[in-house]
Design a protein around this ligand. Structure first.
Ligand SMILES: *Cc1c(COP(=O)(O)O)cnc(C)c1O
Length: 461
């Protein structure tokens, strides 16, 4: 029998990829990606551009989505079962069990007034839909001139142009796209909240601790300044604003910034006083990631509109949802334009809805305990990073662990140093962080922390 062709004559995946396929926020001929050979549980099998194999713990959950790990038997079965029935049908004029069952589960889990569901293809698209929903609501309420949005500096809401307009104007490079990106109102970034042991420190009852004007609160001078500035800006522009858009408690891709729940309560109050909707972008924070079911639960705040995505399908495929309150839905329904003006081709894709339903069923009451355990484990394991000269801050909230450097991360070197320690991370800007799968065992959480600390120490000192 003849040997098969020697590996040397076959172009590697990395070679075929280079210059052909764009990667996220990367030049066409940027640093070579690693090839994924296999994935299972919390582990990825990777091949480096130089041909070395690494079996590593995925500390990123594939951009915060794969909360149950890879090839979960229940999720695999949900997808297979739906493939055997039908993989896709249009949603115009048709409905199906996976979509209705998922909407029922979402409404059951969501904060009180959110009783209606619109399915979108991705997080960014769900933000676009939420923006249209808010504008249609204001038109229905007799204020068609209310077309702008208030967002926080430091925010990230997605990559489509409407969502981009809500992202931090400097980080989001708005100056490059002046003709595409609408001019929104930016409120200052809220001050940082203290975290300890993976939860917000000294929170007490979130509704008590929430008065930004409480002079007994040591952090409150900064909070008061923030609240006064936000209030002044909203009051000045309220006539043109449809909604306030916010990532509750944790600003994710805009810098992994944790801020006090009191700010959310202040924004809820401002929205109510000025007739604005409050849109919670929970795409990163929903489903337990911060240690509460939703980020907004830290403040006891229910939004009028909520976007969820990312972990919704357990990381199996793209799907997002926009939930809205009965008040918002009924106002639009009673208006001359009663339809919500959006309807993507792959709306409510049955495979995605089926796996999302199965994923939600895995998120039982023990979930928050599991996330709490990960948070305590990460706090402990990342603690030594505080001693490093290159480190400016270490913070942990729920199953989110962040090491912030004093300088931009050498991404290629830190990635390689963490892989050598058995862990996949994808740093950005000055941040090396982890959002591990919820199924990580304590030893794996410890290994993630040790790899991050070791890699930062080796590369940045
Ligand atoms: C990831 C993210 C989005 C965008 O979701 P995509 O699925 O990437 O379009 C929007 N908002 C927040 C808070 C996110 O973390």
């Amino acid at each position: 029998m003849r040997d098969v062709a020697p590996a040397r004559t076959v172009r590697s995946l990395t070679d075929r990829d280079r210059g052909l396929v764009w990667h996220p926020y990367a030049p066409l001929r940027g640093p070579d990606p690693y090839a994924v050979l296999a994935a299972g549980g919390v582990r990825l099998t990777l091949e480096s551009p130089r041909g070395e194999r690494h079996e590593v713990i995925d500390a990123m959950s594939s951009w915060w989505c794969a909360i149950h790990g890879y090839r979960h038997p229940v999720l695999d079965a949900a997808v297979r079962g739906q493939v055997d029935r039908f993989s896709h049908v249009m949603f115009g004029g048709l409905t199906h069990e996976p979509a209705v069952a998922l909407a029922e589960r979402l409404v059951e889990r969501a904060p009180g007034p959110l009783g209606h569901v619109f399915f979108a293809d991705s997080g960014s698209v769900s933000v676009e839909v939420a923006m249209k929903l808010a504008v249609q609501y204001q038109a229905a309420a007799g204020a068609p001139q209310r077309q702008r949005f208030a967002a926080l500096r430091g925010a990230y809401h997605g990559d489509t142009t409407g969502a981009m307009s809500l992202c931090d104007p400097v980080d989001g490079m708005h100056s490059l796209f002046p003709g595409l990106v609408a001019d929104q109102l930016f409120l200052p970034r809220p001050p940082a909240a203290a975290t300890a042991g993976g939860t917000l420190a000294d929170l007490g009852n979130p509704t008590d601790a929430a008065d930004p004007a409480d002079p007994a609160d040591p952090g409150s001078a900064e909070l008061r300044r923030w609240a006064a500035e936000a209030e002044e800006l909203i009051a000045r522009h309220a006539d043109t604003l449809a909604a306030i858009v916010v990532e509750p408690v944790l600003q994710g891709a805009g810098g992994m910034h944790v801020y006090p729940p009191a700010c959310l309560i202040a924004l809820r109050r401002l929205a109510d006083e000025h007739g604005l909707l409050l849109i919670a972008d929970e795409i990163a924070t929903a489903f337990g990631r911060t240690g509460r079911w939703f980020g907004g639960d830290w403040a006891g705040v229910a939004p009028d509109v909520m976007c969820v995505g990312k972990a919704l399908t357990g990381g199996y495929m793209t799907l997002a949802a926009v939930l809205c309150s009965g008040r918002v839905a009924e106002a639009i329904t009673a208006s001359p334009q009663p339809a919500l003006l959006h309807g993507p081709t792959f709306m409510a894709n049955p495979l995605a809805c089926a796996v999302a339903g199965a994923s939600l069923d895995l998120l039982d009451e023990a979930l928050l305990d599991r996330v709490g355990t990960i948070g305590r484990g990460l706090s402990h394991a990342l603690q030594p990073a505080r001693e490093l000269g290159s480190v400016a801050d270490v913070r942990v909230l729920g199953a989110v662990g962040v090491v912030q450097l004093r300088e931009p991360v050498d991404v290629v070197a830190v990635t390689r140093a963490a892989l050598a320690r058995g862990v996949w991370v994808r740093p950005f800007r000055d941040l090396v962080y982890t959002m591990p799968p919820y199924v990580c065992e304590p030893g794996e959480v410890e290994a993630i922390g040790a790899a991050i600390v070791g890699a930062v120490a080796e590369v940045h000192g």
